[in-house]
Design a protein around this ligand. Structure first.
Ligand SMILES: C[S@@+](CC[C@H](N)C(=O)[O-])C[C@H]1O[C@@H](n2cnc3c(N)ncnc32)[C@H](O)[C@@H]1O
Length: 356
C-alpha cells in the first residue's frame, strides 16, 4: 500500500528504462544517497511521539492510517514539497516502508519512483488552492475547507493561506492525535520555529458519512455565504458511492450561495476494481458528472498533463504519459491488456449566478 494509491504504486515499480552513460553515472551518484540509512528527526524517536504513533498502529483502521501514508510521501519527496511537519505526522514505520520502496525503485532504475503520484497530486492541489484564492480577488473574505484533512499541514506551509480561515474536517481521534503530535514537534524545534501561516485554523471532528457534517462545520464558524475553496484530496474514493455523491451535492448546494471552487481527485472504475481494493466511489467522467450536480467550469487534468507533472513525469514512456495518450473511454491497454487505471485531478467552480 502506498499513500492511498496502491494500484499505481504497484504499477510504477514494474516500469523500467534503459539509461545513457552520463545518466547512469549521475544515477549512481544519486543512488549512493539511497544506500544510506533513513535519517529520522530527533523528535520522532522521543518517547511521547513513539507512544502516539503506537496508538495509531494499534487502534486506527486503514481509513485513518491512510493519512500517515500520505504524510510519509510528502516527507520523503521533500526535494519538491516543503512540509517540515510531515515526517512527525507520518511516523517512523510509514517513513521506513516508503523509503525502502523508493530505494528499490531507484536501484532498479524504475521509470517512476514510488510516491511520485502523491508528489504531483500535492503540488497540483497547492497550485490550484493558490489560484482559487487569487480568483476571489477583492470579493471579500474567504475560507478553505479540507475534507478528510488527515495529516495535511497546509495551514503551516502555504503562504497563500495567510488571509484564509482554514477548516480541517476528519475523524475526532485523528484530529486529537494530530494536535498532540504538532505540540510535540513545536516544543522540540526551538531553533526552527513552526508557525501557523493561515489566518486561523479550525479543526472540525465529523464523519462525512453522517448527514450532519455541514452543520458541524457551521457550528465551528464556517459561513455558507463566504467565498470558499473546498479541498477533497484523497478522500472521495474512500467513501461509498452514496456518501461521495452526498458530499458533492452538499457542496454544490453551497455554490448557489457564494463563489465556490471545488478541487478534488477522482479514481476511474478500473482503479477501484481490484479484488483487494479498499476504494469504492469512482467516476470515469467527473467532468460530465459535476455539471449535473450544479458545478460549472469543470477542468479535468490527468497525471502528466502540462499542469500536472511539475517536472516529475518527463519520461514520455512512463505509465502516466502512456495512459494520457489513450482515449479515456478505453478500459484496457491495447498493448498488454492491463486495466487503464487513472487518477483525475478536477477543478470546478460555481457562484450565485453561475457566472464565476
Ligand atoms: C488518504 S488520507 C488523505 C488525507 C489528506 N487529504 C492528504 O491528502 O494528505 C484520507 C483521509 O480521509 C479521512 N476520512 C476517510 N473517511 C472519512 C470520513 N467518513 N469522514 C471523515 N474523514 C474521513 C481519513 O481519516 C484520512 O485522514
Amino acid at each position: 500500500m502506498c499513500f492511498g494509491l496502491p494500484l499505481f504504486a504497484s504499477c510504477v515499480r514494474a516500469s523500467l528504462r534503459v539509461m545513457s552513460g552520463e545518466e547512469a553515472h549521475q544515477k549512481s551518484m544519486a543512488d549512493s544517497a539511497w544506500l544510506e540509512e533513513l535519517q529520522l528527526p530527533q523528535v520522532l524517536i522521543s518517547e511521547r511521539v513513539r507512544s502516539l504513533h503506537a496508538t495509531i498502529e494499534q487502534e486506527w483502521d486503514y481509513l485513518r492510517r491512510s493519512a500517515c501514508q500520505t504524510a510519509a510521501g510528502r516527507a520523503l519527496w521533500n526535494h519538491v514539497i516543503r512540509d517540515p511537519l510531515a515526517a512527525v505526522l507520518a511516523g517512523e514505520s510509514y517513513l521506513r516502508s516508503l523509503y525502502e520502496k523508493m530505494r528499490q525503485d531507484r536501484l532498479s532504475n524504475a521509470r517512476e519512483v514510488s510516491g511520485v503520484i502523491l508528489a504531483v497530486r500535492t503540488l497540483w492541489f497547492d497550485s490550484r488552492i493558490e489560484a482559487a484564492i487569487n480568483s476571489f480577488g477583492d470579493r471579500g473574505a474567504h475560507q478553505v475547507v479540507l475534507l478528510g484533512a488527515g495529516m495535511d499541514a497546509r495551514a503551516y506551509r502555504l503562504s497563500c493561506l495567510k488571509e484564509s480561515v482554514v477548516f480541517e474536517v476528519d475523524f475526532p481521534e485523528l484530529l486529537q492525535i494530530k494536535v498532540s503530535l504538532l505540540k510535540e514537534m513545536m516544543a522540540s524545534s526551538k531553533d526552527q520555529q513552526i508557525v501557523m501561516i493561515a489566518k486561523s485554523l479550525v479543526r472540525v471532528a465529523a464523519d462525512l458519512r453522517e448527514g450532519d457534517w455541514i452543520e458541524e462545520l457551521q457550528k465551528r464558524g464556517f459561513v455558507p455565504t463566504r467565498n470558499t475553496v473546498w479541498v477533497l484530496e484523497g478522500i472521495l474514493y474512500y467513501l461509498s458511492h452514496l456518501h461521495a455523491m452526498q458530499v458533492l451535492e452538499v457542496i454544490a448546494a453551497n455554490c448557489n450561495l457564494t463563489h465556490t471552487v471545488l478541487l478534488a481527485d477522482f479514481m476511474n472504475k478500473s482503479s477501484v476494481s481490484l479484488s483487494n481494493s479498499t476504494f469504492h466511489f469512482y467516476s470515469d467522467w467527473p467532468d460530465h458528472l459535476l455539471p449535473t450536480l450544479g458545478y460549472c467550469h469543470v477542468k479535468l487534468s490527468q497525471l502528466g498533463d502540462p499542469d500536472a507533472h511539475f517536472g516529475l513525469l518527463h519520461d514520455p514512456q512512463n505509465l502516466f504519459n502512456k495512459l494520457r495518450s489513450l482515449p479515456r473511454s478505453m478500459e484496457t491497454h491495447p498493448e498488454d491488456g492491463t486495466p487503464c487505471r487513472r487518477l483525475y485531478l478536477v477543478e470546478a467552480s460555481g457562484g450565485p449566478s453561475q457566472d464565476s
